[in-house]
Design a protein around this ligand. Structure first.
Ligand code: SF4
Length: 277
């Protein structure tokens, strides 16, 4: 299987094997609406994309006042305002914003897109991901996301290239932080030491093996029927015609599948790279 893997692809497989098959192996297009009301989902996703762009401008040195003049939307203004309060805490060097990394895990290509990463003063790698969804997940829920596992591995594997002049002095751990402009005090953090990173490399390797040993037609449909209401392929799977209602709760607590707005942002980057698969 000649596939470039990513967090969103692997997450699709964990959410529903059949969705992974339809979307990434068979590349089936389907016009179903992802969630109702559709315009709210699209508006939210667009705000997320713009927020990521604004933070990137700031890291590139554009003055905050000049960025503010571009913002017309009140929600985006409040998010960027919260980010400006958070921004001074990001002092590490070197630093990377909106950084696309292609790495190899178990001889497979993996793409990761980092919102921000830096080498902290204490010489450990810190990854930040801006999450613009409308709810704050629990630590337990965020821990289960494949992004939490995959991103620290990808950056650790590439550490010599990314932090070459500091490579020998790096602390053997990676911190992964999710920061929410709507909940600026609710940062969720995970620390992976070398043992955990190795365990996670094994875990990702096993997941890829599972994918690659499954034959077309044998990818199973999810048992979580609620998830189908948010899926573009529900008509193909005969899992209903009506889109699910957008929920503003943590899926771990509510048992309801959620739209990941920042995953939508990453997927749009990934789609531009489809030709590399
Ligand atoms: S409709 Fe349901 S079963 Fe079909 S691909 Fe989507 S999530 Fe999976």
């Amino acid at each position: 299987m000649n596939l470039i893997y990513s967090a969103s692809k692997l997450q699709d497989f964990l959410d529903c094997e059949r969705k992974f098959e339809l979307k990434h192996l068979l590349r089936r297009e389907c016009p179903a609406i992802i969630s109702e009301p559709a315009h709210l989902v699209e508006t939210r996703a667009e705000l997320g994309r713009r927020f990521h762009f604004l933070t990137h401008q700031l890291f590139c040195g554009v003055p905050a006042s000049a960025i503010f003049t571009q913002i017309k939307d009140d929600t985006l203004k409040s998010w960027f305002d919260a980010f400006l309060n958070f921004f001074p805490s990001l002092k590490g060097k070197p630093r990377f914003s909106e950084f696309l990394l292609l790495s190899r895990i178990n001889n497979r290509s993996i793409i990761t897109v980092f919102d921000f990463m830096q080498l902290s003063d204490n010489k450990f790698i810190q990854i930040f991901d801006w999450k613009t969804g409308p709810y704050l997940p629990s630590q337990k829920s965020a821990a289960k996301k494949i992004q939490t596992i995959l991103y620290p591995i990808a950056v650790w594997i590439s550490k010599e290239n990314l932090f070459s002049h500091d490579g020998s002095r790096l602390q053997p751990l990676v911190k992964m932080c999710y920061w929410y402009p709507q909940f600026p005090d609710g940062t969720i953090e995970f620390v992976a030491d070398q043992e955990k990173i190795q365990n996670n490399i094994d875990h990702i390797g096993q997941l890829i093996e599972r994918i690659e040993s499954t034959k077309i037609g044998a990818f199973r449909q999810t048992d979580n029927i609620k998830q189908c209401g948010y899926c573009l392929y529900r008509s193909i799977c005969d899992r209903g015609k009506i889109a699910g209602k957008m929920e503003f709760k943590d899926s771990e607590d509510s048992g309801v599948f959620e739209v990941d707005f920042d995953q939508l942002t990453e997927i749009s980057i990934e789609e531009g790279l489809h030709g590399m698969d």
